[in-house]
Design a protein around this ligand. Structure first.
Ligand code: UDP
Ligand code: MG
Length: 319
């Protein structure tokens, strides 16, 4: 833990995908907060291949405001890739990733920076509750956190999104992770370091609507589990052992029965149920194996996580 002096550079990292309505609202609410800070600030917008007016709006903004820098990706790579691009290009002593939709309250920033200067390397913003979320979603989210914390060796903080402050050391550590399957909740938490938490209540989106649907969330949860734990593979070993044990038991019963009572042919129902049941079990096992194989396939191809089309506001701006 080192004491950090004032006049540091803070990078605020904002991924944007089709957010033409949100950017102005975002700038309006963040500007007074930034004015109250004593530190230098760069606002790093990552345009994640938006189809609407997002990029022209951002470029115009960069022309008017020297604090604003823009990274434009060649297509939509997803928020995780956009964040990765931003983390790699951010130059600040601390980096704060934040959503443009104002669901992460900008008012927390001074508090985060204060805690950072007091010695914390990571300051997490924890959502207390989401009044707008359905009961089902909250229930599913709870189960997800319970499951992943028991399966993964990387501690993944509960109810914490990407909104957090990270010291340069932490950002550098994250940039060391080369993986293509970028489950950000896990990746951002992987380095560890001195961590503090601030609680807040998460509001609804300011404008536009979330691009997350329940099915996508479910897949995201599976991604998290398969990317940060090999426990499902291990589980399969246990399931196999258990099934073999009971099968052996059943086999002994059948042999004994045949020896004592002779051959008794009818058995269609039991045979069919056993075949169906074990085919199902086999398929699930194959599926889980496939999940890991698929990830290995993506990793060995060594493709870059994102491609930059253009940057604006950097010293060597590319047009
Ligand atoms: N986002 C992005 N690329 C995408 C999807 C989203 O950069 O493919 C950005 C989006 O512009 C926003 C942030 O990620 O700033 C969070 O997106 P959203 O509000 O849709 O997600 P949620 O808040 O529901 O998690
Ligand atoms: Mg949002």
């Amino acid at each position: 833990m080192s004491e950090k002096k004032s006049n540091k550079l803070i990078s605020i990292l904002v991924p944007c995908f089709n957010e033409q309505e949100s950017i102005r609202v975002f700038m309006n609410s963040i500007t007074p907060v930034l004015k109250s800070l004593q530190d230098n600030v760069e606002i790093l917008f990552v345009d994640d291949g938006s189809q609407d007016e997002t990029l022209p709006i951002l470029i115009k903004l960069a022309g008017q405001n020297p604090q604003v820098k823009v990274i434009s990706l060649s297509r939509n790579f997803g928020k995780e890739a956009a964040l990765t691009a931003g983390l790699e290009l951010a130059t600040g002593d601390a980096v704060i990733p934040i959503d443009v939709d104002l669901q992460d309250p900008v008012e927390l920033m001074p508090q985060m920076i204060e805690k950072w200067k007091a010695g914390a390397d990571v300051v997490l913003a924890r959502r207390l509750n989401r009044p707008s979320d359905s009961y089902l979603k909250r229930f599913a989210v709870n189960i997800f956190y319970k499951l992943i914390s028991s399966l993964s060796s990387t501690p993944i903080p509960v109810d914490v999104g990407d909104y957090r402050l990270m010291d340069r050391t932490v950002v550098d550590s994250i940039c060391l992770l080369p993986e293509r399957n970028r489950f950000m909740k896990g990746i951002l938490s992987w380095p560890g370091y001195e961590t503090e938490v601030i609680d807040f209540t998460r509001p609804d989106r300011a404008v536009g609507r979330s691009k997350w649907r329940l099915w996508k969330l479910f897949n995201y949860a599976l991604d998290g589990i398969f990317s940060f734990s090999t426990a499902p593979l291990r589980m399969w070993t246990y399931a196999g052992l258990l099934v073999s044990f009971f099968s052996l038991f059943y086999l002994l019963i059948i042999v004994a029965k045949t020896l004592i009572y002779g051959i008794d042919l009818p058995g269609y129902a039991s045979i069919v149920s056993i075949i169906l049941f074990f085919s199902g079990i086999n398929l699930i096992g194959l599926g889980i194996l496939g999940e890991y194989l698929g990830r290995v396939f993506i990793e060995v191809k060594q493709r870059p996580v994102y491609l930059i089309k253009r940057t604006v506001g950097f010293e060597n701006t590319s047009e």
